[in-house]
Every structure is written in structure tokens, then in C-alpha cells.
Design a protein around this ligand. Structure first.
Ligand code: KIV
Ligand code: NA
Length: 267
């Protein structure tokens, strides 16, 4: 059970083996996904929506993500664990970005960091990589800039393709070991994947990439809200838990729970 490392990402691309990732924010899901053989776990700032109760990733802080990231990194034996750098923790420049990356590496046991943006984040990526910390890039739709982008929208359609392409190339040139492509047309993702030497990881970017990543509460059907088109739900955990809670309440009210088998006797 050898730890997945950045060289395994490169080998997977070279050998045409797909890379699989899920987000995780806690010890129990980290253990389950790790034992299922998921290659990497991203402690995403999607925790803003899935854990912390915000309606976007914008309010999420480094201090909030550190304990979640540590829980995942301490729980995964094989998976490569990536700390997501939240909005406001790297934009001011390379030294700002390096300080944040250092905090994640020292305080969480994660193996790499991820940050959003291509051309605009290239100096930050380069500085972090130079200091020995692997960086995963993230281009296309970047949720931290949803207000600048005008909402949750597919990026890179038509003439905008060139900009996403240039962003992906900038991430590679800055030394990232992989890049997330979020919500772009499948054809554009295929072109980027063919052009880049680093692996591309799709989040709603179609099938022709080197790997796939999903937010775990989406893939497991735990979310109650609207599910994006690109998500495939592999379970209906929301319905399962709702039925369990309803049954528990009914059993408590009827006296069916606890039974003698759930009770301690005095001998
Ligand atoms: O925060 C997150 O979960 C992410 C992925 C959706 C790419 O950044
Ligand atoms: Na994120």
C-alpha cells in the first residue's frame, strides 16, 4: 500500500491510466475513500458549502480548513492528500501564497496544495513549487471568482477557449504537477489534455482528461439542493439518512427503540 505521489500522477498520464479523486473533509470518509483506492483526496474549500454552512466558498478561511485537512491527511494511508487554498490566502503575491502553503504543509500533513487561476496565479504557483511543495492548478470555472465571472457558468466556450487554454499552459509552465479543469466544454478539455504534459483532472470537463474529481457529497447524493449536470450520483445517502432519522424518531415515540437487546442489565 504505497503512498500515491506526484510521480504516480505523471506515470498515470504516460500510461493512459485514469486518476480518480474525491473531496473529503473528515476522518471517516477519508478512510472509506482511501480504502476504496481513490488516488487523491482534495480537502476542498467546497467545505464552505458542504461542511460550514456558507452559500459559497468565499468566506472560507485557512483556519477553518486546517483541522479538516489534518483529519483527512492523518486518515488516508495511500491517497495523495491535497489542501485547497481558500479565497484571500494567496492572491497578494508569491510570498503570501508561500506563507499559506507552508502553513498547510506544516500544520496538516497534506502532501500538496491547490489554488485557483492560471495566468494570474502563475507567479504564486512557481514560488510554492520552488520551495518543494507540489501544486495542483485549477482553471476554467473557478468558484472563488464566481462574482467576477458573473455566476456559476461554463467557461471556455467559443472565443473564450483561448483564455482557458492559456491558463492551463501557464499552470504547467509554472511547475504544477496537475491541473483541474472545471466546467469547460469536453472538446476544449481534450485539446488541453493532449497539449499539456501534466495530467488534467476533470470536474465537469468531460471524459477526455487524465482523471476525474467529484465533490463527495455530490457523488454520494447527500446534497439536497440542485445537482450540476456533470455529477453522477453513485448513491442516495441523503435519502438513506432521512429515512433512518424518520424511522429512529418513530421508534422512540412508539417505544420500539431501545429494545432489551439495546439495554444493559444489572448482572
Ligand atoms: O473545493 C473543491 O471541492 C474544488 C473542486 C470542486 C475542484 O475545488
Ligand atoms: Na476549491
Amino acid at each position: 500500500l504505497k503512498r500515491v505521489r506526484t510521480r504516480h500522477f505523471a506515470q498515470a498520464k504516460a500510461n493512459g491510466i485514469k486518476i480518480t479523486g474525491l473531496t473529503s473533509y473528515d476522518t471517516l470518509t477519508a478512510q472509506i475513500f482511501d480504502e476504496a483506492g481513490i488516488d487523491f483526496l482534495l480537502v476542498g474549500d467546497s467545505a464552505g458549502n458542504t461542511v460550514l454552512g456558507y452559500d459559497s466558498t468565499l468566506p472560507v478561511t485557512v483556519d477553518e480548513l486546517i483541522p479538516l485537512t489534518r483529519a483527512v491527511a492523518l486518515s488516508a494511508k495511500r491517497a495523495f492528500v491535497i489542501a485547497d487554498m481558500p479565497f484571500g490566502s494567496y492572491e497578494e503575491g508569491p510570498e503570501h501564497a508561500l506563507r499559506t502553503a507552508m502553513r498547510f504543509m506544516k500544520e496538516t500533513h497534506a502532501h500538496a496544495v491547490k489554488l485557483e487561476g492560471g495566468v494570474r496565479s502563475a507567479d504564486q504557483i512557481r514560488r510554492i513549487v520552488e520551495s518543494g511543495i507540489p501544486v495542483m492548478g485549477h482553471v476554467g470555472f473557478t468558484p472563488q471568482s464566481e462574482h467576477g465571472l458573473g455566476g456559476h457558468m461554463i467557461q471556455g466556450r467559443g472565443e473564450a477557449a483561448d483564455r482557458v487554454f492559456a491558463d492551463a499552459q501557464a499552470v504547467e509552465a509554472a511547475g504544477a504537477f496537475a491541473v483541474v479543469l472545471e466546467m469547460i466544454p469536453a472538446e476544449l478539455a481534450a485539446r488541453i489534455t493532449a497539449e499539456l504534459s501534466i495530467p488534467t483532472i476533470s470536474v465537469g470537463a468531460g471524459a477526455h482528461t487524465d482523471g476525474q474529481l467529484l465533490v463527495w457529497t455530490d457523488f454520494a447524493g447527500l446534497n439536497t439542493g440542485r445537482v450540476p449536470k456533470f455529477v453522477k450520483q453513485y448513491a442516495q445517502l441523503g435519502a438513506v439518512l432521512s429515512e433512518a432519522a424518520t424511522a429512529f424518531k418513530a421508534d422512540v415515540e412508539s417505544g420500539a427503540y431501545p429494545g432489551p437487546e439495546h439495554s444493559y442489565q444489572d448482572d
